[in-house]
Structures are given as structure tokens and as C-alpha cells.
Design a protein around this ligand. Structure first.
Ligand code: FAD
Length: 406
């Protein structure tokens, strides 16, 4: 197969970037390992999607369906489902699917493969490994897609959005969710999810708390849990036992970057380092969505992926806009990371995506190039779990831009 752009992953990032690449006139192959497009959205049957992109509150499957319809109508896009990308190289994407092993020749590749969840092994969870320990996304798939209940007495470790949503979902399905334990002093989940998924159902969220040990032989029988000190070490004097049959883990997501070992990775996000065009250090390789950095809202994924798809389409047709010298972007005081990691010198607006290092109240985000202030944004209240937008004007800046909290 020969095409201009291969987009790997048929979630919201993949579909949005495929559509944008097609709009530039490029021929696109959209490759998805699952048998249907939609990605993680297919199992997110709750609402809360699409408010920014479609100006409507949709469920995950509804949001995915709208994109799927647009992709199906687009004559420039060939969709390959039940097809796994096994290896990528310049000009060649190797896949395995219904027709066996195949190579797709393409001028540009967009990574849109999302994330995988961190497991008990990833966080070195102490204790035994009986049945009943699973990640929140797996529990969500079992309950929402396969119609299987995962347990009756549940403890959730980690207060990421998936864990919060599963606390509500399992409660609605008749389980007793005894507690959500969060090792940090703030949640990485959205405030609205804490209110709607925990507080509305009287599910306690205990900060600075973790599971010390899982107990059980064939099935989980309970957990020892307690407080941690500022270095996350267990405070043994606070150790208590809680009887439960299920432990759900919502302890972070890891971008699926194993497929692109030559791309330079950002230590903070685990995703590739990209420039203003969402282009990695390999000029033919672009990245967007959760594989680039973990997003809290799918709308932001779709908007970012449009950019990556557009520039991948233009690159494949040797039509990238003319651009000036590289302008570095650095995360300064109070900022964990800022994306894109570099711009091109020139004029125009740029929308940074960033996360804060810690909770802030009534502070100002500032982008500076030397003494020159390029943009400011007041933050009434911000937490590290929330992704922030920050629009600035490049205004002929040279050298390096630093984004920091003042
Ligand atoms: C439980 C949960 C609840 C959420 N709730 C909300 C919410 O209420 N509101 C909101 O706006 N957002 C929510 N989000 C966030 C939003 O769903 C994600 O940010 C978004 O789905 C990420 O899109 P993506 O396309 O990058 O990744 P994904 O949706 O994960 O898609 C990646 C796709 O790539 C495919 N893939 C991976 N590797 C390969 C390979 N080698 N070959 C071929 N295909 C491959 C996967 O099968 C998958 O389909 C939620 C997310 C989760 C997990």
C-alpha cells in the first residue's frame, strides 16, 4: 500500500488528525488495532465529552460516533481496523492484520496510539497477587462493554479521573466503594469528577494515604492501608485493615512510545518532544493526543490532533509553511512542562499547553523572552491534574521563551 500519511491509532486523536491531513489534500491510511474506531471513548459511557468541540454534552461513544461518520465519508482516508502497527521506519509502516503482514509506504506518520495504564507491577504494590486487582480502564471495559461486574467491596488506589469515574460507575452497579486512597495531598483528577463521582455518593477520598499491602490467596480479602510521610514512606503507626474483594488501580497512564524508539522523549510527559508543527526530532514523524501528553479533556485532544494532522499532510506534500530559526520553550518556576517544546521565530499567536507543578491560588502565568513579556494569564486556582491553555504572541522573539508562575 502506498499513501501520503499513516495515522496510527483510531481514537479521537487519530480520527481528528486523519481528517485534518485529508483536508490538506493528502491520502491517509488510518490504522487501528481494535475492530472499531473510537479508542478509549467507546468504553466511556458517561457524559462530559464534546462541550468545547461540538458545544454539546455527549457521551464518549456519541463523541466517537460523530468523528467516525466524518472519517467514513472522507474519500481520502482508508481505514484499516483489526490491524496492529508493529514497527515504523522512514517511508515504511509495518502492520499485521486481516490480510496478514503488510507494509505501508508513506511520507509522514502520525503517532496517535494513546496511553496504557500503570499496573500493580509498575507501582510495586506490596502483598499477594490474587484475582480482584485490576486497572480502572480494565474494570471499565468489563462493566461497560462486556457487562460483567468486577466485585462487591471495592477500594480504589489513586484519584485519577478514570478511578473517580469508576467509583461512581461501580456504585451505580450495586458495589460498595469503601474509599479512594491518594498518596499525594491533591487529586490528579478534575474537580468536577471529585464532586460528581465521590462527594455525591459519599465515597471518602483520603489524601496522603496508600495501600501498604494487599491480602488474599485466590481472591483479594482486604488491604492494609495507612498514611505516608512527605517522602511517601508508610507511617506504620497508622496501619489499618479494610476488608474488600477488589482493588482498582488508577495510578497514571504511560504513553505508548515503544513503537518509536528513535524519537526523543520528554522525561516529564513520557511523550515525544515536538515543535510547533507537532513534529518530532524525526522530521517525518508527528505526534498528538494522549501519546504526546496525557489530556484531561477529549476536546483538547481533537483540537491538538487537527494541528498534527494538518502539518503531517503538508509535510508529505513538501508544503510545510516557510519557517524561521528554532525558538526554545522552557518550563520555568512552578511549571511542570510546556508544549510545544519549541517554536519557529516569527510573528503570530501560539497556544501553549502546560501543567503546573503544584496547586496555586491567585497567581499569574507569564511567558518571557529575556526581559520581553510575551503574554500573561491570571490563574484563580490551578492544580497539577488540570491541563492549561496559555495563548501568547511570538512577536519576533528570539532565543528562548520561559513560561513560569509569578
Ligand atoms: C476512563 C476515562 C474517562 C474519561 N472521561 C473523560 C470525560 O469525561 N471528558 C473528556 O473530555 N475526556 C475524558 N477522558 C479523556 C479522553 O477520553 C482521552 O483523553 C482521549 O480518548 C485520548 O485520545 P487518544 O486518541 O489520544 O487515545 P485513545 O482514545 O486511547 O486511542 C488510541 C487508539 O490507538 C490504538 N492503538 C494503540 N496502539 C496501536 C498500534 N500499535 N496499532 C494500531 N492501533 C493502536 C488503540 O487501540 C486506541 O484505539 C477520559 C478518559 C478515560 C480513560
Amino acid at each position: 500500500m502506498v499513501t501520503d500519511v499513516v495515522v496510527i491509532g483510531g481514537g479521537p486523536a487519530g480520527m481528528s488528525s486523519a481528517l485534518a491531513a485529508s483536508k490538506t489534500g493528502a491520502k491517509v491510511a488510518l490504522v487501528e488495532r481494535d475492530d472499531v474506531l473510537g479508542g478509549i471513548l467507546n468504553q466511556c459511557i458517561h457524559n462530559g465529552f464534546g462541550l468545547h468541540f461540538f458545544h454539546e454534552e455527549l457521551t464518549g461513544p456519541e463523541f466517537a460516533h460523530r468523528f467516525r461518520k466524518m472519517v467514513e465519508k472522507d474519500k481520502n482516508i482508508s481505514v484499516l481496523t483489526s490491524t496492529l502497527v508493529t514497527k515504523i521506519e522512514e517511508n515504511a509502516v509495518h502492520v499485521m492484520g486481516k490480510n496478514g503482514v503488510q507494509t505501508i509506504n508513506a511520507k509522514a506518520v502520525v503517532l496517535a496510539m494513546g496511553c496504557r495504564e500503570r499496573t500493580a507491577g509498575n507501582i510495586s504494590l506490596c502483598g499477594t497477587r490474587p484475582a480482584g486487582i485490576m486497572t480502572a480502564g480494565v474494570a471499565q471495559k468489563m462493566v461497560n462493554i462486556e457487562g460483567k461486574m468486577v466485585g462487591k467491596d471495592v477500594v480504589i488506589l489513586g484519584s485519577g479521573d478514570i478511578g473517580l469515574i469508576m467509583a461512581r460507575r461501580l456504585t451505580l452497579e450495586g458495589a460498595k466503594v469503601h474509599a479512594v486512597f491518594e498518596i499525594n495531598n491533591t487529586s490528579s483528577g478534575l474537580r468536577r469528577n471529585i464532586m460528581q463521582c465521590l462527594e455525591d455518593f459519599d465515597i471518602p477520598l483520603q489524601y496522603n494515604t496508600t495501600i501498604f499491602e494487599v491480602v488474599g490467596k485466590d481472591r483479594v480479602e482486604g488491604v492494609f492501608y495507612g498514611k505516608v510521610d512527605e517522602h511517601f514512606n508508610p507511617i506504620e503507626s497508622t496501619r489499618k485493615f479494610l476488608k474488600c474483594d477488589t482493588v482498582i488501580l488508577s495510578v497514571g497512564l504511560v504513553p505508548e512510545m515503544y513503537i518509536a524508539p528513535d524519537a526523543t522523549i520528554c522525561k516529564k510527559t513520557g511523550g515525544a518532544i515536538v515543535n510547533e508543527f507537532y513534529q518530532t526530532n524525526l522530521p517525518w514523524l508527528f505526534s498528538c493526543g494522549n501519546i504526546l501528553h496525557v489530556h484531561d479533556l477529549v476536546d483538547n485532544v481533537a483540537i491538538e490532533a487537527e494541528q498534527a494532522g494538518k502539518f503531517a499532510g503538508l509535510f508529505a506534500q513538501n508544503a510545510l509553511p516557510p519557517h524561521g530559526n528554532v525558538l526554545g520553550v522552557e518550563a520555568g518556576e512552578g511549571v511542570s512542562y510546556v508544549l510545544p517544546y519549541s517554536l519557529f521565530e516569527g510573528q503570530g499567536k501560539v497556544n501553549f499547553k502546560l501543567r503546573l507543578k503544584e496547586k496555586v491560588v491567585r497567581k499569574t502565568l507569564v511567558a518571557k523572552c529575556g526581559a520581553n513579556v510575551l503574554g500573561k494569564k491570571f490563574i484563580l486556582a490551578g492544580v497539577p491534574g488540570q491541563m492549561m491553555d496559555f495563548e501568547i504572541e511570538k512577536n519576533g522573539a528570539t532565543g528562548k521563551i520561559v513560561v513560569e508562575v509569578e
